[in-house]
Design a protein around this ligand. Structure first.
Ligand SMILES: Nc1ncnc2c1ncn2[C@@H]1O[C@H](COP(=O)(O)OP(=O)(O)OP(=O)(O)O)[C@@H](O)[C@H]1O
Ligand SMILES: [Mg+2]
Length: 151
């Protein structure tokens, strides 16, 4: 039933918890897991605005920041890939730059995903919030089933 799983991660504690459920879903007939991390456009924008204020060259700074974000994410994605492989699950990693919720929804459609496994919260993990803004939008707009793992 859940042959193709999309597991979007921001590498937060809550999304790490969600990975444990992804592994368990092997028993439900999972054939492949797509592990997705989106380098958040807005994070780059915010950092660049601060840098512009400090009078630094924005272009150089942005390029360096994106490279750092990319290599740090690649390392973490590879570790997850290995973790899934040793659990006997075939994984495929994706690293994309954009708006997280939009990319999650787009990949769910283009890759014909049967289930999205997402954390209720992520890096911000604000105590008063029932859901993070990414998970809230994914749940609201997705046409595919979504499994939300609570923090
Ligand atoms: N950049 C991202 N790439 C891939 N998945 C993400 C990304 N950001 C969030 N997610 C997914 O969405 C889940 C919920 O994170 P979300 O960002 O909504 O919560 P938050 O960080 O606590 O709140 P907010 O971002 O609204 O301040 C995460 O556990 C993860 O599964
Ligand atoms: Mg977040």
């Amino acid at each position: 039933m859940f042959t193709r799983i999309l597991y979007p991660t921001d590498f937060s504690d809550c999304s790490k918890k969600a990975l444990e459920y992804v592994k368990e879903l092997k028993e439900a007939g999972t054939m492949e897991v797509i592990v997705l991390h989106v380098i958040d456009e807005r994070e780059i924008e915010t950092a660049s605005t601060t840098i512009a204020w400090l009078g630094e060259t924005v272009e150089e700074y942005e390029e360096q920041l994106i490279n750092e974000m990319r290599s740090s994410a690649e390392e973490k994605l590879n570790a997850i890939n290995e973790e899934l492989a040793s659990a006997g699950i075939k994984a495929n990693v994706r690293l994309i730059r954009g708006m997280p919720f939009k990319e999650i929804l787009r990949i769910a459609e283009t890759e014909d995903i049967s289930l999205i496994v997402i954390g209720s919260h992520g890096k911000s993990n604000v105590e008063e919030m029932l859901l993070g803004s990414v998970s809230e939008k994914v749940i609201r707009k997705s046409e595919r089933p979504v499994l939300v793992v609570k923090r």
